[in-house]
Design a protein around this ligand. Sequence first.
Ligand SMILES: Cc1cc2nc3c(=O)[nH]c(=O)nc-3n(C[C@H](O)[C@H](O)[C@H](O)COP(=O)(O)O)c2cc1C
Length: 363
Amino acid sequence: MTSRPTRRAFLFAGVAGAGVLALPGCSDTSQAYRDAIAEMTRPLPANPDLRDLVRYATLAANGHNTQPWKFALQDKLIEIRPDFSRRTPAVDPDDHHLFASLGCAAENLSIAARARGMSGEARFDAAGDGQAQVDLSGAVQEESELFGAIPTRQCSRVTYDGKAAPSDVVDRLEAAVAFHDVDAIFISDEKDKEDMLSLVVDGNSQQIDDAAFVVELKEWLRFNPDAMVASRDGLYSAASRNPVMPSWLGSIMFDLAFTKQSENDKYAEQIRSSHGIAVFVAQSDDKQGWFDAGRAYQRFALQATADGLKQAFVNQAVEVPEVRRELRSLLGIGDRRPNLVVRFGYGPEMPRSLRRPVQDVIV
Ligand SMILES: Cc1cc2nc3c(=O)[nH]c(=O)nc-3n(C[C@H](O)[C@H](O)[C@H](O)COP(=O)(O)O)c2cc1C
């Protein structure tokens, strides 16, 4: 049987061959990369202008780091619009992840606005393409620990250390996501984690067999800091502990180096090393619900970051429709759609993925 490499194989791998592949002179950082990180994560000023707020919004999670958003600046309001030129049709044919990504950005923006004495109320408007408005009129200042975590949150796609999170930390996670009409189902029992793992492996295996999925993923991979700085979007492979290499070699390695079996083994290790898994389930299976799921996830990720936890998506179980149906019956959620699946636990800080400059995302 032949196997093709996949997003997860390449991105999530502890990369068995990393030692062999470590190339002399290939560093996961550069001055230009460090400068870009410093600029994008610099603290929000006490009196931010709208561009500072947009910068904080763009630090949100988003599928494949395509940053599928545009921001329209208005008087006391920022509108977040979808950028369909940045969709990922193979992994996300109905734009579910795209609208969830807008929800992540809206939540960051809302939290940042409140921390600077603005209302921050966000609403999704389903008319036309579907967009969100965040209100910036004056309000009581509310600086939360979620706000403090915005510049440091990241998706950590590596094996964690297996330590359990104390119950008060899990309670805080549950409280952080109890917003926006989204249910978060927490799974930490070993047997339930194994059931989730088998769905992740099933979805992952089906994605490996989908050539369009693999081609799309490869287009968004960045194999070294120069490539990351040049595009300031896409998936930085070093963030998943993959060896840094020239783009031409990364492309060849991607085509050659990984098998379905090794990837699935790594998933097993990653899920088993995590404290638990959270599944986000919105009320409606439409753009509004997808947007809400993104907002709830972003709150979860920020609270996790504030408490020293790491987290990463394992969305294979919701990306393949047939597997998603199995997940739905496993969770006993009737005909509601499970939107996002995230594992969490304790793990290392990883290199960051860059964002495009603010001027590039303002219309
Ligand atoms: C809706 C959505 C779906 C995502 N799906 C996956 C996924 O299946 N696997 C994964 O590793 N990361 C996934 N991500 C995480 C993004 O790849 C990540 O947010 C992006 O690369 C930026 O990196 P950062 O979050 O570390 O800043 C997803 C993010 C969002 C918002």
